[in-house]
Design a protein around this ligand. Structure first.
Ligand code: PGA
Length: 312
C-alpha cells in the first residue's frame, strides 16, 4: 500500500486564510482583529504560523500599514478563491437539502436603501433562514464588485451596456430636481436646465450613479454647473437642501416623506421627472445559488406588490 506523505503539503487552516484575507484587505492586524472579534495577538500569531508554513514573509510593515509581499499577494488571491469556494460549497449543501437558506451576498447602490430593506424584509418573512449580507456603496464601487464577481448579484440604477453582464430591470427610478419649499423657483413652470446655473447646486460625489446621470444631462445641454458642495450620500444631500444650502438631483423614492410634509418640493425642470429603471446585474454564466435565484425571482415578481404604486 502506498502512503501519501502529508508532511510535504502546507497545512493552512480556513481560519488562517480568513484572517489573512482580512489583514490584507484592511492592511492592519488591529482592524482585522476588530472585524473578526479576536485579539490582536491572536491574529498576529496565526499570521506568523501561516508565514512559517509558507516559508516566506507574507507581509511587510510600511509606515502603519501591513502590505502583502509578492508571496503574500499570491496567498491573498488563493485565499479569496478558496473562501468563495467554501461558501459555494455550503450553499450547495443547503440546496441539496432543498430549503432556501444560507448566505445572500448583495452589493447595492446607496440610493437603493430607500426600497431594498422593505423588499428584503418581505423576502425574509417567507424565508427566515436566509442570512443577508448587504453592502451599500456608490455605483462605481458596486460596478467594481460586479466585475470581480464578489456578490451573488448587485442592484444599480441605469443599464450598463456590456455583453458579459446579465441585466434584469425590475422597478422605475424617477429622478427629480429637489428644492426647499420656499425656493425662488418653487412656482416657476418649465424651468430650463440652463437656468439652474444661477442657483447653488449640491451634488453627490464622483462615482455616484445619480451624479453620473446629472453630469450627462448637463453635457447634453451644453451647460456647466460647478457644484456648490459635494456630499457622499443622498441622505446628506436631503438634509442640506432642507437647510436651504441649495438644490439637487435625487431619486424621488428618497424624498417621499419630506415631500408629504412639504419640507421639500420637486421643481418643474425641462426633462424632469426623469424616468429610469432599477436593475439587478450579475456576470453572464454565473451559477446563482438557490437563495440568490429565489431572491432575484422575488424582486422581479413581487417588487410592485411589496412597495406599492409609488414605484410603478
Ligand atoms: P448612487 O447610484 O447611489 O451611486 O447615486 C444610483 C444609481 O445607480 O442610479
Amino acid at each position: 500500500m502506498t502512503c501519501i506523505v502529508y508532511s510535504i503539503y502546507m497545512h493552512f487552516t480556513l481560519q488562517q486564510l480568513k484572517l489573512f484575507e482580512s489583514v490584507s484587505r484592511l492592511r492592519s492586524y488591529t482592524r482585522a482583529a476588530e472585524e473578526l472579534c479576536l485579539t490582536q495577538p491572536a491574529v498576529s500569531i496565526q499570521i506568523k504560523r501561516l508565514e512559517e508554513q509558507a516559508g516566506l514573509p507574507l507581509f511587510e510593515k510600511i509606515g502603519k500599514q501591513m502590505l502583502p509581499t509578492t508571496a503574500g499577494k499570491a496567498v491573498y488571491a488563493a485565499s479569496l478563491d478558496i473562501l468563495s469556494r467554501v461558501d459555494d460549497l455550503k450553499n450547495s449543501i443547503k440546496e441539496l437539502e432543498g430549503t432556501v437558506k444560507g448566505t445572500l451576498q448583495l452589493s447595492v447602490v446607496s440610493t437603493a436603501k430607500y426600497f431594498l430593506p422593505k423588499l428584503l424584509g418581505a423576502f425574509l418573512q417567507k424565508y427566515p433562514e436566509v442570512v443577508p449580507k448587504l453592502k451599500f456603496t456608490n455605483r462605481a464601487r458596486v460596478k467594481e464588485r460586479l466585475i470581480n464577481n464578489d456578490d451573488d448579484f448587485v442592484i444599480m440604477g441605469q443599464i450598463i451596456e456590456d455583453d458579459n453582464l446579465e441585466a434584469y430591470p425590475f422597478l422605475n427610478n424617477i429622478l427629480g430636481i429637489v428644492a426647499p419649499a420656499d425656493h425662488p423657483l418653487a412656482n416657476k413652470k418649465n424651468i430650463s436646465v440652463k437656468e439652474l446655473v444661477n442657483y447653488r447646486f449640491l451634488s453627490r460625489e464622483i462615482g455616484s450613479g445619480t451624479r453620473y446621470v446629472f453630469d450627462r444631462l448637463l453635457e447634453d445641454n451644453g451647460v456647466k454647473i460647478e457644484p456648490y458642495m459635494e456630499l457622499g450620500s443622498s441622505e446628506a444631500l436631503k438634509q442640506a437642501v432642507m437647510a436651504g444650502l441649495g438644490i439637487t438631483i435625487l431619486s424621488l423614492h428618497s424624498v417621499q416623506l419630506e415631500r408629504d410634509v412639504n419640507k421639500l418640493i420637486v421643481l418643474d425642470v425641462q426633462g424632469f421627472p426623469m424616468k429610469r429603471r432599477w436593475y439587478a446585474f450579475h456576470l453572464k454564466g454565473r451559477n446563482l445559488s438557490l437563495v440568490a435565484r429565489t431572491f432575484l425571482d422575488f424582486i422581479l415578481k413581487e417588487s410592485h406588490h411589496v412597495l406599492g404604486e409609488k414605484y410603478d
